[in-house]
Design a protein around this ligand. Structure first.
Ligand code: HEC
Ligand code: HEC
Length: 204
């Protein structure tokens, strides 16, 4: 009886760890990830994920789990765009390595360029717009825009990238968030959208 129990438990644990390692979390391949950052990713995202230009999102300090999810989504076509070709050949191990690498990098915030416009963004980020039904961004992305493993960190992100993502969510050109952000983005006026991008890019 005792032997059977142990066997059953071992089998159950065996199946569980196979699922956990093989499907949910592959062991991160840091070496290969670093090579790829040097040879490819850094051209657009920068060696520390600081981004090499307005057009490219910053990855430094972003949550590892969120990065892995985006790479999987690009690879499998749930999120479309020029990143697809760079994600196409990534293994789960390398994706985990890339997520870990970028999550550990520190990036400096941008100085805000238009503090008055940023002030409108600050209000919206923390309070939403109760007259039109825009929710407060901080309810999901955190009071400091720091996010969670499943919700992206926004603080310090490039203004132009924030703006483009909000437009893509609104037009349903990006839907890999189960359209949560469509509901938010579709309620924003042009002023609110630009003000949020300005404020968020200056958050530390
Ligand atoms: C030629 C430029 C270029 C290269 C090289 C590149 N990327 Fe990107 N990456 C982009 C652009 C542009 C976007 C924004 C895509 C969009 O707007 O939909 C992006 C988006 C991303 C995102 C999503 C960020 C977010 O906040 O949602 C991740 C993660 C990412 N890239 C990782 C990588 C990794 C890892 C590599 C190297 C294997 C890499 N990228 C190589 C241009 C590049
Ligand atoms: C109900 C929760 C929720 C609220 C409220 C919310 N967001 Fe989001 N946001 C999400 C989710 C979920 C994602 C995408 C996760 C994914 O792609 O896997 C996201 C993604 C984003 C992105 C893309 C980030 C990137 O790195 O690509 C931006 C920009 C963004 N949100 C801005 C905002 C702004 C601005 C507000 C307030 C006006 C806001 N969000 C309110 C849940 C929320």
């Amino acid at each position: 009886m005792r032997r059977v129990d142990v066997h059953a438990i071992r089998a159950a644990v065996g199946v569980w760890s196979f699922l956990a390692i093989g499907v949910l979390h592959a062991a991160p391949d840091i070496e290969r990830a670093k090579e790829l950052v040097e040879s490819k990713c850094s051209v657009c995202h920068g060696m520390q994920g600081e981004s090499s230009g307005e057009y490219f999102p910053r990855l430094g300090g972003q949550h590892a789990e969120y990065i892995v999810k985006q790479l999987q989504d690009f690879k499998e076509g749930r999120r479309k765009g020029e990143m697809t070709r760079f994600a196409r050949n990534l293994s789960p191990e390398v994706m985990e390595g890339l997520g870990l690498y970028f999550s550990q990098q520190k990036i400096a915030p941008h100085p805000p360029s238009d503090p008055e416009l940023g002030g409108v963004g600050r209000y919206l980020f923390h309070h939403g717009n109760r007259f039109s039904g825009v929710p407060a961004c901080q309810d999901c992305h955190g009071a400091k825009g720091q996010g969670t493993p499943r919700l992206p960190r926004l603080a310090g992100q490039r203004a132009l990238y924030i703006e483009r993502q909000l437009r893509d969510f609104n037009k349903r050109e990006r839907t890999n968030d189960n359209e949560v952000m469509h509901v938010v983005a579709s309620k924003l006026t042009e002023l609110e959208l630009m003000a949020l991008a300005e404020y968020i890019s200056g958050m530390q």
